[in-house]
Design a protein around this ligand. Structure first.
Ligand SMILES: Nc1ncnc2c1ncn2[C@@H]1O[C@H](COP(=O)(O)OP(=O)(O)OP(=O)(O)O)[C@@H](O)[C@H]1O
Length: 488
């Protein structure tokens, strides 16, 4: 692109500007524009829940509406706007948490958006929809008012305004799958709908179809069946750090009604249930240890030695080309530690990598790490989340990461290049520089010869794509439904 435009600009700088042009302020974007960046700019509003009393964009919006209205460049009044429309005329100052009127009118060039929360956060999703619809509210009560009635939550107000998705499609989906699906599969489907699809009324979706979710065990009473099914839903939701009460389902069963002595098949999704006992873990660890080659033995021995050093920070990286047995080592270490009655949490950077680890989970999900890397990046597990409770209950935690190295490098890179985090992906490993050098040395004559080569581990020169469906989310790591899984 640089060559076509015949523009002289340091390559790194150009990439940084090009990558972030849509999130820069307008003065910077004008400078970028001469390099051919877009003429429109997307500005995003951030929403928050009502408890956040003093700060946040929504509260700043209320503050503007409470003041004397100001006439805006296109004739509107400042107290007649929705939250996204505010961004056309006002700048949100994060330091003072206030909206300040722009000196110049850029309203025609700004595309306002509200950041979409994950669908599983029903209240936030509803707040977003209401903020897009309501004009000039002065406080949260105004936001929750519809047709003269004040609703207790934004969720209920959004339902009254018919802003949430209709229930019919999820209802039809459940009925269709129930024709062939087992109650176990139906419960998993129900959780997928809850977590990913924002159903308007999860409780009525459960109650209307309750029979398809219940196991048909003649020895169990109806209450026991319901308690067993909802406990399963609860366990599945806990993996996403959500609880039943988030979907108004908690009061539908009593803990005492859950049947005792559930078998291994019924406890598949219970993270605290291990189908293998300690002796079997020990046997498996011995068996795997004898199979290890010399280098793998060094890794496993070193890990076990580190385990014994109490009271010092311990971290170990294992690196090697694909297929050289890293996961095999992790699994051997896992069995050895569990056989010593230690609790182990296996995490990986991607969902696909997590499927290869025993009880594997993505680190982001397990520790609620934010996706965006920043200097303040910490675990987001709330104090009362089930995830925290389950981790606390573990006597000793040992963590193993698969492919976590790049993530850590990314993090340290973001720290060094604080002002240009967008460049991280170009700086991760030395290999990128090697590839750049190779490409620079490539001449037109030998490029053709290179294109015909298909050595192992290199992608083909021409990529031929097949039509199909590829997942873009870790829908269900256990079932192999991970980000990038191709559905046949
Ligand atoms: N010591 C061993 N004895 C027998 N089989 C082994 C041994 N080490 C590895 N393998 C087998 O080799 C294959 C590749 O190993 P593994 O998946 O552990 O490699 P990896 O380094 O984790 O690969 P990748 O980085 O691509 O995920 C697996 O099928 C594994 O069972």
């Amino acid at each position: 692109m640089m060559d076509e435009g015949n523009v002289q600009c340091p390559k790194g700088k150009w990439l940084a500007l090009n990558d972030c042009h849509y999130m820069l302020d307008l003065s910077r974007s004008r400078r970028v524009k001469r390099f051919g960046a877009s003429s429109h700019i997307v500005h995003r509003a951030y929403i928050h829940e009502e408890e956040n009393e003093a700060i946040g964009m929504i509260n700043a919006w209320f503050a503007v509406n409470r003041k004397e209205p100001v006439k805006l460049p296109r004739g509107e009044l400042s107290n007649t706007l929705t939250l996204p429309e505010m961004l056309r005329f006002f700048v949100f100052q994060t330091k003072s948490q206030k909206f300040v009127l722009r000196k110049k009118d850029y309203s025609r060039r700004i595309i306002p958006r509200i950041m979409a929360p994950q669908p599983r956060y029903l209240e936030l999703t509803a707040t977003r929809l209401i903020c897009q619809t309501v004009y000039g509210p002065k406080n949260w009560e105004d936001l929750r008012t519809h047709a003269g009635s004040v609703y207790p939550t934004c969720l209920e107000a959004a339902r009254a305004r018919r802003l949430m998705n209709g229930e019919i499609e999820w209802q039809m989906l459940i009925v269709e799958v129930a024709a062939t699906g087992t109650p176990y599969a139906m419960r998993r489907l129900f959780v997928s709908i809850l977590v990913n699809c924002v159903p308007a009324n999860p409780r009525s979706l459960w109650e209307d179809n309750v029979e398809v979710f219940l196991d048909k065990k003649p020895s169990w009473s109806q209450d026991q069946k319901v308690a067993h099914a909802l406990r399963h839903v609860q366990l599945l939701l806990a993996r996403h750090c959500i609880e039943l009460h988030n979907f108004e389902l908690r009061d539908l069963f009593e803990e005492d009604d859950v049947p005792f002595n559930l078998n291994a098949e019924e406890e598949t999704d219970n993270p605290s249930f291990d189908p293998i006992n300690v002796t079997e873990h020990s046997k498996k660890a011995d068996e795997m240890y004898t199979m290890l080659n010399e280098r793998q033995k060094i890794v496993v021995d070193r890990a076990m030695t580190l385990m014994k050093k109490e009271g010092v920070p311990r971290m170990m990286f294992v690196d090697g080309p694909g297929g050289t047995g890293k996961t095999f080592c992790y699994t051997a270490i896992y069995h050895r530690l569990v056989s010593q009655n230690r609790s182990v949490i296996c995490v990986a950077h991607t969902g696909i990598a997590a499927t290869l680890l025993p009880f594997g989970c993505t680190a982001h999900r397990k520790f609620s790490i934010p996706i965006e890397v920043s200097d303040e990046m910490t675990c987001n597990i709330s104090l009362d989340s089930p995830n925290r409770k389950s981790m606390q209950s573990k006597t000793r935690r040992r963590l193993f990461g698969r492919s976590m190295y790049h993530r850590l490098q990314n993090l340290s890179c973001a720290k060094q290049k604080r002002r240009k985090p967008v460049l991280c992906s170009l700086w991760i490993t030395k290999r990128h520089f090697d590839v750049a050098d190779l490409n620079d040395g490539l001449t037109a004559a030998n490029a053709e010869v290179f294109a015909t080569q298909t050595p192992q581990g290199l992608p083909p020169h021409i990529l031929r794509l097949k039509i199909g469906v590829v997942l873009f989310r870790n829908l269900d790591v256990d079932q192999g439904l991970c980000n990038c899984t191709r559905m046949m």
